[in-house]
Design a protein around this ligand. Structure first.
Ligand code: NAD
Ligand code: UDP
Length: 337
């Protein structure tokens, strides 16, 4: 199948392309490299033996997207392109609404113009907001508590309404929990620009000597060891979920939504310990005040993805830490090395 992958040069998109090519799909990337490196194309070619087609086009660029759609004629789209930093989303909200919401509108308009009917969308567990119960299932009410979460929730609604107006189309919304880990080759991984906002890239940079110590944001939460608990999902498992979602989406019309997580939560201290073991390095840390807006604990009920998509996570935190360490130690400066 011809699959257009917006944001395909990014962290999750690039790992998904490896799985798509392994399944025999033809892939075309749309990416501006706003938060990624063209070096990813070389790494993808190394791993898969195929250099994906690339269009350096902004998803908000209607004319550019129309040209891409008309030349590639995708049979399905996986829509990763977007901005994802919660803190930044409060500082530049209009940019977040423009890229994440308006970008989705333009994508759907231009898909429709060429009769492309299947789309898999990168949503986030952030759409749920503060847990009314745990684990979150897909029926948990959505009440996002930050701008980033709002943009994902709005995009979900737009996709759902588009599907209703186009009854033979198919929308699969994937709500990711905490994507971490790297490709087993050590050739691809997460390469944040500047100091990492997320836990695992920060831990990896401390281990490799790029940063002095980790700040653990709060140790007085109502969790087993007082630190925040999250559901960390290996990026290769997450990539596989997109293949399952695509297979499901092309078979039937409608909108469906799935949590993509492991169902198990680990604390910040659990992750530090596991990473220390995998890397053989001590991870220096100090306890710092809570980060504004952080939730104590959340994790997925991924049962629906198991039953309906036939997908479940296969990799645990050892694999997450080992692969992250291989990527970080082989590429201490990420793709910029
Ligand atoms: P990423 O930043 O690595 O990848 C996003 C890609 O989109 C980048 O290559 C970037 O250059 C590109 N991009 C950004 N704006 C663009 C635009 N206007 N036009 C074209 N390309 C553009 O992020 P990621 O971690 O791979 O996340 C992929 C998707 O998954 C995002 O939509 C994100 O919101 C969502 N998501 C990520 C996480 C996470 O923790 N990583 C969790 C839940 C959901
Ligand atoms: N965290 C931390 N120090 C950091 C980054 C994150 O202690 O430098 C904690 C954070 O408070 C949360 C967990 O690690 O409990 C996961 O944070 P991350 O930003 O990776 O994911 P999110 O909070 O968006 O789920």
């Amino acid at each position: 199948m011809r699959v257009l992958v917006t944001g395909g040069a990014g962290y999750i998109g690039s790992h998904t392309i490896v799985e798509l090519v392994a399944k025999g799909h033809d892939v075309c990337i749309v990416d501006t490299f706003r938060n990624s490196s063209p070096e990813v194309l070389n790494r993808l070619e190394e791993i898969t033996g195929v250099r994906p087609l690339l269009h350096k086009v902004d998803v908000r660029d209607r004319a550019g997207m129309k040209t891409v759609m008309e030349s590639y004629k995708p049979e399905a789209v996986i829509h990763f392109a977007g901005l994802k930093a919660v803190g930044e989303s409060a500082e530049i909200p209009l940019e977040y609404y423009d890229v994440n919401v308006q970008g989705t509108v333009v994508l759907l308009e231009t898909m429709q113009a060429v009769g492309c009917k299947t789309v898999v969308f990168s949503s986030s567990a952030t759409v749920y907001g503060a847990p009314q119960y745990l684990p979150y299932d897909e029926a948990h009410p959505c009440a996002p508590s930050n701008v980033y979460g709002q943009t994902k929730h709005m995009a979900e609604q737009i996709l759902t309404d588009w599907q209703l107006a186009n009854p033979d189309s198919s929308v699969v919304l994937l709500r990711y929990f905490n994507p971490v880990g790297a490709h087993s080759s050590g050739r691809m991984g997460e390469d944040p620009d500047g100091p990492p906002n997320n836990l695992m890239p920060f831990v990896a940079q401390v281990a490799v000597g790029r940063r002095e110590k980790l700040a653990v944001f709060g140790d007085d939460y109502d969790t087993p060891d007082g630190t925040g608990v999250r559901d960390y999902i290996h990026v290769t498992d997450l990539a596989r979920a997109h293949i399952s979602a695509l297979d499901y989406g092309v078979k039937q019309a409608g909108t469906d939504v799935f949590n993509i997580g492991t169902g198990t939560g680990y604390s910040v201290l659990d992750m530090i310990k596991a990473f220390s073991k995998a890397s053989g390095r001590e991870i220096a840390y100090e306890v710092a005040p809570r980060r504004v807006g952080d939730l104590a604990s959340y994790y997925a009920n991924p049962a629906k993805a198991g039953t309906v998509l036939g997908w479940s996570a296969e990799r645990g935190i050892e694999d997450i830490c080992t692969s992250t360490w291989k990527w970080q130690s082989d590429n201490p400066r990420g793709y910029g090395a």
